[in-house]
Design a binder for this molecule. Structure first.
Ligand code: DON
Length: 303
């Protein structure tokens, strides 16, 4: 397949949508990003990478990193994690508190903020330095040793982090957060602040298309765990829009409020798209449209 020509065509087709929606404003450091940006990259299972537009320009990965933290927590700590976090779509916004009390401090899934905080807590217990573990993994898988935390974004989120702090303290009251909440929040905000390009992210997510195999051929996840992670991305990766995303795109995907989305075609390739203007659920408007075109034009989908 001529991925480069395909991505150029998609970039052209979705150009009228680039800038519709609003960049995330609740993290002030993100509100200043140019909403006119658009980039898209494909990495095949052999590590070839193709792109269009701003595909090599770093952006704030935010919730996309929840995928990598989960993979590491499962790889290092196994299935015990699932006693502390569920695998059902929440049908609620990504930062919602509302289900937690009814459900005894057990978040619905690892991709809403509450669930990701539990995953980071688990990774912190397993490694003693959760955010560095995620950063190291991303550097290795993408081959980009320059990847780094964006201190300004992490600080800005910490300063405006009352909602995440509330989620963490509330779960701690049920015994579902074991590390000190301020330590946990720092690692979570650092992890979210990592800046990567579409090319970096598509390369780093390849273990999901390679049935659990890392870039160097060693195994991160069993084939079955890779299937399970892709399934949770499909059902929960785009929050209360996961049904619509599955309908339009037909691939496992994970979005972030920086405007990035990764999607996986198991056995074949990963796709990363970035455009900062978001819809009301926090997903990139042009990004979802581009993935919709990708699967429609290629027929590549899990269905
Ligand atoms: O915790 C937060 O609110 C952000 N650091 C990440 C949220 C996010 O990316 C949700 N994505 N759509």
């Amino acid at each position: 397949m001529d991925y480069k020509a395909l991505l150029d065509r998609i970039a052209q087709e979705v150009a009228p949508l680039v800038g519709s929606g609003t960049p995330a404003e609740y993290i002030p450091a993100l509100a200043t990003v140019d909403p006119g940006r658009f980039g898209m990259a494909v990495a095949d299972v052999d590590g070839n990478v193709y792109g269009s537009g701003d595909w090599e320009r770093p952006f704030s990965t935010q919730s996309v990193t929840k995928v990598f933290a989960l993979a590491l927590a499962l790889s290092l700590g196994g299935d015990d994690l699932w006693e502390r976090v569920g695998r059902e779509p929440s049908g609620n916004p990504f930062n919602s508190l509302v289900q937690l009390e009814y459900e005894n401090g057990i978040p619905r899934n690892p991709f809403i903020n509450a669930g990701a905080l539990v995953v980071t807590d688990r990774l912190q217990t397993l490694t003693g330095d959760a955010s560095s573990e995620v950063l190291g993994f991303l550097r290795q898988e993408s081959g980009n040793q320059e990847l780094a935390f964006a201190q300004e974004v992490a600080a800005s989120e910490s300063e405006h982090g009352d909602r995440n702090a509330a989620l963490a303290h509330f779960m701690a009251s049920y015994g579902n957060i074991v590390n000190p909440v301020p330590v946990l929040l720092d690692h979570y905000f650092w992890q979210c602040s990592i800046e990567m390009s579409c090319a970096d992210l598509a390369l780093a997510a390849r273990f999901l298309a390679r049935h659990g195999l890392r870039a160097d051929g060693t195994r991160l996840l069993t084939r079955s765990e890779a299937k399970q992670m892709n399934a949770v991305m499909m059902t929960c990766g785009t929050y209360d829009a996961a049904g619509e995303f599955a309908y339009r795109v037909g691939l496992p995907g994970k979005s972030g409020v920086g405007g990035g989305i990764i999607a996986v075609v198991p056995g074949r390739c990963t796709v990363c798209v970035w455009s900062p203007a978001l819809d009301e659920q926090g997903n990139s408007v042009a990004g979802v449209a581009a993935l919709d075109r990708f699967t429609t034009l290629t027929g590549l989908s899990v269905f």
